[in-house]
Design a protein around this ligand. Structure first.
Ligand SMILES: Nc1ncnc2c1ncn2[C@@H]1O[C@H](COP(=O)(O)OP(=O)(O)OP(=O)(O)O)[C@@H](O)[C@H]1O
Ligand SMILES: [Mg+2]
Length: 384
């Protein structure tokens, strides 16, 4: 059982420096896998290090299972942390590295042997137990670092970009391994990354951070379908959501004009009213754009522009287009696209695909019928 609660947590380095973490409020449920996601410098590691007890909390309350732990030393918090740069003891074997923390905590020898053997087996380290770190690959070393946290059987695991030193294939394997371990251990895990694929696939919930603040917390697909603002809309999704600042028609039926135009039929009269005859930000995801008007269905919108880059990725092709107004946007298209740089194209999107944001605040203007509900069921796909 471990509920980790952050109440109005702030961090100023050096006491009076700029705010690195700004009024963060998050409650991480027992057994939850919470991902802290955000760009470099947004305060992810600082937040994690305050939870671990490696960094003082400037203000606010941190509690674990209802007990305030602001002043509890790191070693007494029953938390294990795995870092991006994992320091293994070079003169010790894998087995000794795994056992070290337990010996220091005076865990009985038989128990140490059992835990080390279990962790080694789960992480595929059994054949390597007698090797020294210099004779291991980067991925194997990373697994030893994970194993060291696992053998402690802590109530909370903290991970700070633990996979970023691994090559692409090993990253995927280790990611899946971590997901499996989370199911098996059912421990509370808090995982920092700036990799949105990791966030989407691993998190029970993700907390998107921006400039030390929480931008949005929610289940991965909820955040993807309902981004709270333009920052989240651009951060979650690859390529990022295409955004256009456009005039809303005076009757509120449509947004945009000649080159970019979209219907606002999913928004209520009340939601549209404050923006009629004024500018708002309109968003469309790259995967909702089609060269074929029929694929977008009736009543949708379109973007006209000139292709300036074609990126064939094998399974799909990204088309980078610049509109007449000089706004760049990206379409994620089937692999057989034949468009060439310099060509004029018209991209079409369904009526269900648009997002609307307030121009002044960047906050999402929620639609009456959300994008996810507007998409036909079979298009979302439910596991059979
Ligand atoms: N020891 C420190 N002293 C002063 N400022 C610091 C210190 N550590 C971090 N910062 C500042 O605090 C802010 C948040 O840093 P933090 O390391 O938490 O970011 P992050 O989200 O983990 O970024 P990254 O993805 O690059 O690891 C940054 O502006 C950073 O420069
Ligand atoms: Mg960091």
């Amino acid at each position: 059982m471990a509920i980790v609660q952050l109440d109005n947590i702030c961090k100023r380095y050096g006491g009076s420096g700029p705010v690195a973490v700004d009024n963060v409020d998050i409650t991480i449920g027992d057994g939850e896998f919470m991902v802290l996601l955000g760009p470099s410098g947004c305060g992810k590691s600082t937040t994690l290090r305050m939870i671990a007890g490696l960094e003082d909390i400037s203000s606010g309350t941190l509690s674990i299972d209802g007990r305030v732990v602001n002043n509890v030393p790191a070693k007494d918090r029953d938390i294990a942390m795995v870092f991006q740069s994992y320091a293994l003891y070079p003169h010790m074997t894998v087995a000794e590295n795994l056992a070290f923390g337990l010996k220091r905590r005076r865990v009985p020898a038989a128990e140490i042997t059992r835990r080390v053997a279990d962790a080694a087996q789960i992480l595929g380290l059994s054949p390597l137990l007698e090797r020294k770190p210099h004779a291991l690959s980067g991925g194997q070393r990373q697994r030893v670092a994970l194993g060291r946290a696992m053998v402690r059987e802590p109530i909370v695991f903290l991970f700070d970009e633990p996979l970023s030193n691994l090559d692409a294939a090993l990253r995927v394997n280790t990611r899946n391994e971590l997901i499996r371990q989370h199911h098996r251990l059912a421990s509370t895990m808090i995982y920092v990354t700036h990799d949105q694929v990791e966030a989407m696939t691993m998190g029970t919930r993700i907390c998107v951070m921006n400039g030390g603040k929480v931008a949005q917390i929610g289940a991965p697909l909820d955040v993807y379908w309902h981004p709270a603002d333009t920052f989240v809309a651009r951060f979650l999704g690859a390529p990022p959501m295409n955004l256009f600042t456009l005039p809303v028609a005076t009757d509120g039926e449509r947004i945009g004009g000649e080159t970019v135009s979209g219907p606002l039929s999913r928004w209520s009269e009340a939601a549209r009213a404050p923006h009629m005859g004024r500018e708002a930000i309109f968003g469309v995801r790259a995967e909702d754009l089609h060269l074929d008007a029929a694929a977008a269905g009736a009543g949708g919108g379109s973007i006209r522009g000139r292709v300036f880059a074609v990126e064939p990725l094998g399974a799909e092709t990204l088309l980078a287009v610049e509109t007449e107004g000089g706004v760049e946007c990206t379409a994620r298209l089937p692999r057989d696209v034949t468009a060439r740089p310099g060509e004029l194209v018209e991209l079409h999107f369904p009526a269900s695909a648009g997002y609307l944001f307030d121009k002044a605040t960047g906050k999402a203007i929620p639609a009456q019928i959300s994008a996810v509900d507007a998409v036909p069921r079979h298009a979302i796909g439910t596991a059979q």
